[in-house]
Structure formats: C-alpha cells, structure tokens
Design a binder for this molecule. Structure first.
Ligand code: G
Ligand code: G
Ligand code: NA
Ligand code: MN
Length: 256
C-alpha cells in the first residue's frame, strides 16, 4: 500500500498535525478540555483523517513513534493553553488516543511521565483514551502501564463505550476514570420523542458508571435537544458538533 510506504517519511517531514475538539461540562457549559485528533496533510492527497492511516500505522508499528509525537505535541499544546489562561485557574485536560500497540510498548509510562514533566503539567491534565474493545482484550500485563499511569493521576477513558461487550465484573477490573459513551447512543436520542428504550439504556449506563466512580462523557452531541436530554440523564461532559467541530488549537478559546 503506497500510503503505508510513505508513513515514515511523513513523520520525519512533519506532515502530521493535530486538531482539537472541545470537551464541555454539562452542568454549566464550561470548557473542560479537548480531544487531540491527528490528521495527515498529504502532499498529493490533501488532508487525510485518522481512519485512513492509523490502521496502517498500527500494522507496521509506526503507531509507536507517531503516537509518541501526538502525545508530546498535545501536552505541549495543553501547556500553551495554561500559559494563556484558557480554561480558568484549573488547567484544561487534553485527551490523547492510544492504540493497543502502544500498550505493549515498554516505555509508555516513562515517556508519558517525561512528556508531562517537560511541559510542567500535572498528570491530571492528561487523559488517555483506549477503546473499550482494546481494554477488554488486554490482559493484566497490558493493563499494568495504564494502572501505573492512573495511580499517578493520569485520566484513563474507555473510548467508544457500548460498542464492545463489557460486563460489570470487567469494568471493575479496568483502571478507567471516564467512560466515553459511543455516538450511536446519542443518535438514538435524536428522534422526537426520543426512543424510551434508548433513554433507559443511557440512564442505566450512567448510573452503573457513577456507582463505579467513573465520569461519563458523551460523544457525538449534534443538537441542543440531545445535549439537554443527556444532561438530565446525568452525563458529566459532552463532545460533538453542537459545541464545536475539531479545529486548530487557536480556535479552542472561542469554542464554547
Ligand atoms: O474525528 P476523527 O475522524 O478525527 O477520528 C476518527 C478516529 O481516529 C477516532 O475515533 C480516534 O479514536 C482516532 N484517532 C484520532 N487521533 C488518533 C491518534 O492520535 N491515535 C490513535 N491511535 N487514534 C486516533
Ligand atoms: O475517538 P473517536 O472515534 O470517538 O473520535 C471522534 C470521531 O467522531 C471523529 O471522527 C470526529 O470527527 C467525530 N465526531 C465528533 N463529533 C461528532 C458529532 O457530533 N457527530 C458526528 N457524526 N461525528 C462526530
Ligand atoms: Na477517541
Ligand atoms: Mn470515541
């Protein structure tokens, strides 16, 4: 595959960049942080989304250096926001996606701690997103680095939650602090009136999450109706086009 072939040179040539999508607190609409979403500015194909190249980078192992670059870049950006006083006295949190391959990498904890120290940010200013499916598949050995990072205060989010098949016992075993409810649930609330079964499902997930001391972030909020419903259902924070699309870091302060 020709894209695969060009990935290493693209990383060396700084063809990747990051867009940020705001995370908003539901109780007052304030800015909580942002998710870092990588893009590839390809010289011939234009801007490529992560779906086009992350699977290739995972396959070849380039995801490890690429992921490290994203982490460093995103944490530096979070430091910039703090320097400019964006988000008020508490530093904004930056969410960074982690591929399963990165969990195997022996230097994950060390690298992450070093990046935070270099930026002078507390561990709580970072949240690592791992998909529910990847987390469930991980054995105790693979969960160890996440457990260590969680103990240091780094947030761990279960991404795309609800698309895998967790059970209660499984959730308890994972070192997660946040559950990111998959977009498909938000879409179920779009109809007017909302599907009562969808409402019950979301209500159940939220109460289970809160019982396990996990906060709940909802993805894919596109309308004020959805936002209001999800707030009433007890969701803690939200992300979606209703608030802002992913964009350059300079746009974050004007996002909400
Ligand atoms: O919004 P967007 O099309 O950019 O995101 C598509 C998917 O790509 C998201 O679900 C996200 O999990 C994934 N993604 C975005 N950035 C990264 C990254 O830096 N690393 C990994 N592993 N996945 C990413
Ligand atoms: O990590 P994850 O796969 O969830 O990444 C978020 C993906 O969802 C990105 O591709 C992003 O562009 C997309 N996205 C973000 N907000 C919305 C939204 O409100 N609606 C839809 N349909 N997609 C969204
Ligand atoms: Na994600
Ligand atoms: Mn997601």
């Amino acid at each position: 595959h020709h894209l695969t072939h060009h990935l290493p040179a693209a990383l060396k040539g700084c063809e990747f960049f990051i867009e940020y999508q705001p995370l908003v607190r539901m109780e007052d609409g304030s800015l909580e942080g942002a998710e870092a979403l990588v893009r590839w500015s390809h010289p011939r194909h234009g801007v490529l989304g992560p779906d086009r190249f992350i699977p290739l980078a995972e396959h070849t192992g380039l995801i490890v250096p690429l992921g490290r670059w994203v982490l460093q870049e995103a944490v530096r950006q979070a430091c910039q926001w703090q320097v400019r006083g964006i988000g008020g006295p508490r530093p904004l949190r930056v969410n960074v996606n982690l591929s399963p391959r990165q969990l195997h990498h022996p230097e994950l904890v060390q690298d992450t701690v070093a990046v935070l120290e270099e930026a002078g940010l507390p561990p709580s200013a970072l949240c690592l997103e791992v998909t529910e499916t990847a987390m469930i598949r991980a054995d105790e050995h693979e969960l160890k680095p996440l457990r260590e990072l969680a103990e240091l205060g780094v947030g761990i989010a279960l991404d795309d939650f609800g698309t895998g098949y967790s059970n209660l016992a499984n959730l308890r075993r994972l070192p997660a602090s946040t559950l990111k409810l998959d977009r498909s649930f938000t879409q179920g609330l779009q109809r007017d009136p909302a599907d009562p079964v969808d409402l019950k499902i979301v209500e159940g997930i939220v109460s289970l999450a809160h019982a396990l001391r996990l906060s709940v972030t909802v993805e894919g909020v596109e309308t004020s109706t959805q936002a209001e419903q999800l707030r009433e259902l007890g969701c803690d924070s939200a992300q979606g086009w209703y608030y802002a699309r992913p964009g350059p870091p300079e746009r974050l302060p004007e996002a909400v």
